[in-house]
Design a protein around this ligand. Structure first.
Ligand code: NAD
Ligand code: UFG
Length: 336
């Protein structure tokens, strides 16, 4: 069985990806420092997949630990999720973000090189496109300078990988995620936002659960059908499955680096998301329209033709499913 190292594998996207890798027959080793997750997630993954995971509690920046695990296991490939992701925090503390997100990648690449591991999947983001001139964005849409240090770490991460691949023998897939939302249909794993959520869907479910009083919609004077911003929301399980397709593709790659957008190809306004939640979960949401949020892009959604054609990947879940699964997950954590 091929063994995969998943860094940050107890986090939101990582935990769903571990489940899908295991279902596809891979053996998984996770390294996570529990900075934004808990050890309990391991038990939940095992309960869904029925398969064990080797968990190393440690930091990808720790060369000694990285060398030890690369020596101990014969990895076929690595999926690198471990990073910080809070845009606002990155503005207040850029160094924290450069250190973890950029140094972590460099330490990982060093360990892969020393131990002859070639296949890497890197978590990038549609944030690299900034305010795109043409929509939908394809993988060839120009990269813009980032709006936040977090975004900068994704651009730098991509650049380091592209440059490194010119000189060293690696096969890397950069996956540019659009807006991952929802949770596993079992409601056993999902997103665990830290404090007050800044993202839309956790804010919606926490408002519905009575944890927040009211959702504030950040502006309705944009140039869109109902005036609210447009994003391409993607179910986290569909996103997780894209990693499995990418890992399978690694052997067939003809170039050393390939890039794929991972979205649905459909944009939804904030009001459409709220409406989908209300319809699918059969409840009214308390919300009001507030001012625009600084730094918000008016609209972005993916051209998904490349990932559909090359990786043979399609989404299975729609916006209603995303809302329902996010709500089931919220209810399961609210009960605790
Ligand atoms: P998450 O915070 O839920 O998961 C990250 C995991 O990595 C956590 O379990 C955390 O404890 C761990 N971690 C962080 N730094 C570490 C380190 N130095 N060593 C070991 N473990 C470490 O985040 P997520 O939403 O699952 O995101 C995963 C990846 O996808 C990140 O790279 C993120 O930037 C990227 N991404 C996320 C989104 C999104 O909206 N969630 C969008 C685009 C890209
Ligand atoms: N929104 C609200 N009210 C809220 C929260 C969000 O109206 O309380 C709106 C935002 O203004 C935006 C939309 O909902 O129009 C989506 O906002 P999110 O914060 O959920 O997502 P973003 O697209 O702003 O950000 C996400 C990731 C970032 C990443 C960025 C670009 O959270 O990490 O996509 O890839 F950088």
């Amino acid at each position: 069985m091929k063994k995969i190292l998943v860094t940050g594998g107890l986090g939101y996207i990582g935990s769903h990806t571990v489940v899908e890798l295991q279902s596809a027959g891979y053996d998984v080793v996770v390294i996570d420092n529990l900075d934004n997750s808990t050890e309990e997630v391991k038990e939940r993954i095992v309960s869904i997949s029925g398969r064990s995971i080797d968990l190393v509690i440690g930091d990808v920046n720790d060369q000694t630990i990285m060398n030890r695990i690369f020596k101990e296991y014969d990895f076929y490939g690595v999926v690198h999720f471990a990073a910080y992701k809070a845009v606002g925090e990155s503005v207040d503390n850029p160094i924290k973000y450069y250190e973890n997100n950029v140094s972590g990648l460099i330490t990982l690449l060093g360990a892969m090189e020393r131990h002859g591991v070639q296949n890497l999947i890197f978590s990038s983001s549609c944030t690299v496109y900034g305010i795109a001139e043409d929509l939908p964005v394809t993988e060839d849409t120009p990269i813009k300078s980032a709006e936040s240090p977090y975004g900068t770490t994704k651009i730098i991460g991509e650049e380091i990988i592209q440059d490194y691949a010119k000189h060293k023998n690696i096969k890397t897939i950069l996956l540019r995620y659009f807006n991952p939302v929802g949770a596993h249909p079992s409601a056993q794993i999902g997103e665990l936002p830290n404090g007050v959520p800044s993202n839309l869907v956790p804010y919606i479910t926490q408002t519905a659960a009575g944890i927040r009083e009211q959702l504030v919609i950040h502006g309705n004077d944009y140039n869109t059908s109902d005036g609210t911003c447009i994003r391409d929301y993607i179910h986290v399980v569909d996103l997780a499955k894209a990693h499995v397709k990418a890992m399978t593709f690694a052997d067939k790659m003809t170039s050393s680096v390939d890039i794929f957008n991972v979205g649905t190809g459909d944009g939804s306004t904030v009001l459409e998301v709220v409406q989908a939640f209300e319809e699918r979960c059969n409840m009214r949401l308390n919300y009001r329209i507030g001012p625009r949020r600084d730094g918000d892009v008016e609209q972005i959604f993916a051209d998904t033709q490349k990932i559909n054609d090359v990786l043979q990947w399609q989404t299975e879940y729609d916006l209603h499913d995303m809302m329902y699964h996010a709500w089931m997950w919220q209810k399961s954590i609210s009960r605790k």
